[in-house]
Design a binder for this molecule. Structure first.
Ligand code: GLU
Length: 447
């Protein structure tokens, strides 16, 4: 790692104080490394323990969640909510329900959220939460009882001016509905701005379901344009087939590219004629089945069991599943096949080794905290609508999303240039986000 001795000592203390949290260490290392040029130029940002405060969550809550399955058997899961930084606004970030969730994963996600949310310019702090609950194969009733049990503890920690959770892996509008129902019951308040990603019927925003996927493609489009390219006629490969991947595929097709492969935990589907959104929706959302069901229904498609899709030749790779899902050997096979650009739809999906391969091959690279900021940005628009008891049209909300993503792109590019890292969106995103939060922290004094 390229850190100067003072930052290296801080990193070592983060590792020592937060043992066995590899993903958190990884996220901190990347940020400390890339903000070095900003620290060199503004040494006063090393004072008042600013970096130490930045790496220490303001608060962390862990709790027991007890629920019963359909046969009446009791289960115990662990619930988490980390409020990492409220320098720019209420804690804001999603909830993830997945067996891989632990404190280190939640902390890495909340830490990333600090810089992502700062980039949106919409006055939101950073948090993240979730549980090791596995919703796969659970009935609606079981998911509802789990959500109610989870909210029974969480409700005392959240609120529209305090902490505003939303969805992430395993948490969509169904779960947000159950969570909000329980929140409303416990607090005796219809405080719609306490959760985002709600169904339209209970105060949700148009475009919120599409926002992360659309926003990632808006960012990608701007990044290609900055290099004199466009999406027209390009081939894209995605990982994942959930909310982010689905809407990214829709936007890629709308802008003239063809998405030919996507994946889930069982393997990937390759459809050289272009993935069919109607079939994906039916298989993944309606039937809640695995992707082999897609290949059963579409003759041009093949299903490759147990593999990731990165050996399928493409111009654009869009990892949209989960952290550290695209490693060095995947990056080597993608670049060998003539890759032009990568946009991270998920949070930290590419390993540091994979990113190095992309950088060496001059592949345009959009880090998740910039490229996938459209989701949380549209959550902030949902909060605005809830606060004003207003509803915006699809076109108006999508226009704001598009403008936000282009602004994030342009700012990252300009910052990278100003700090002598031209074209490096990782430096651009981390330095911009860091300076925004650091200046706000200084303004707020030692808290
Ligand atoms: N979980 C999403 C993210 O990673 C969205 C968070 C939100 O809307 O608050 O940014």
């Amino acid at each position: 790692m390229r850190l100067n001795p003072a930052t290296e000592a801080l990193y070592e203390s983060v590792v020592g104080r937060n043992p066995a949290e590899a993903e958190f260490h990884q996220a901190v290392a990347e940020v400390l490394q890339s903000i070095q040029p900003a620290l060199d130029r503004r040494p006063e940002l090393r004072e008042a323990a600013l970096l130490e405060r930045l790496c220490e969550p303001e608060r962390q809550v862990m709790f027991r969640v007890v629920w019963t399955d359909d046969s009446g058997r009791a289960h115990v899961n662990r619930g988490f909510r980390v409020g990492f930084s409220s320098a720019l606004g209420p804690y804001k970030g999603g909830l993830r329900f997945h067996p891989s969730v632990n404190l280190g994963v939640v902390k890495f996600l909340a830490f990333e959220q600090i810089f992502k949310n700062a980039l949106t310019g919409l006055g939101i702090g950073a948090g993240k939460g979730g549980s090791d609950f596995n919703p796969a194969g659970r009935s609606d009733g079981e998911v509802m009882r789990f959500c109610q049990a989870y909210m029974t503890e969480l409700h005392r920690h959240i609120g529209p001016q305090t902490d505003v959770p939303a969805g992430d892996i395993g948490v969509g509008s169904r779960e947000i509905g159950y969570l909000f129902g329980q929140y409303k019951r416990l607090t005796n308040r219809f405080d719609a701005g306490t959760l985002t990603g709600k169904d339209l019927l209970i105060g949700g925003s148009l475009v919120r379901p599409e926002a992360t996927g659309f926003g990632t493609v808006y960012f990608l489009d701007a990044m290609l344009a900055a290099r004199g390219h466009s999406l027209e006629g390009r081939t894209a490969v995605l990982s994942g087939s959930g909310n982010v991947a689905y809407h990214a595929i829709a936007k890629l097709h709308e802008l003239g590219a063809t998405a030919v492969a996507c994946s889930d935990s069982s393997g990937y589907v390759h459809d050289p004629e272009g993935l069919r959104l109607d079939v994906l929706h039916e298989v993944k959302t309606v039937q809640r089945r695995k992707l082999d069901a897609y290949a059963e229904q579409v003759p041009s498609a093949t299903f490759v069991r147990g593999r990731v899709p990165w050996d399928v030749p493409c111009d654009i790779a869009l990892p949209a599943a989960t952290q550290n899902e695209l490693g060095e050997s995947d990056a080597i096979s993608l670049t060998k096949n003539g890759l032009l650009a990568v946009a991270e739809g998920a949070n930290m999906p590419c390993t540091p080794e994979a990113i190095r391969i992309f950088q060496e091959a001059d592949v345009a690279f959009a880090p998740g905290k910039a490229a996938n900021a459209g989701g949380v940005a549209t959550s902030a628009l949902e909060m605005q609508q809830n606060a004003s008891r207003d509803r915006w049209s699809f076109a108006e909300t999508d226009k704001r999303l598009g403008e936000t993503m282009r602004a994030i792109h342009d700012t990252c590019l300009a910052t990278a240039e100003a700090y002598e890292q031209p074209g490096d969106y990782i430096s651009g995103a981390n330095i911009t986000g860091f300076l925004t939060v650091a200046d706000a922290m200084t303004t707020l004094g030692l808290v």
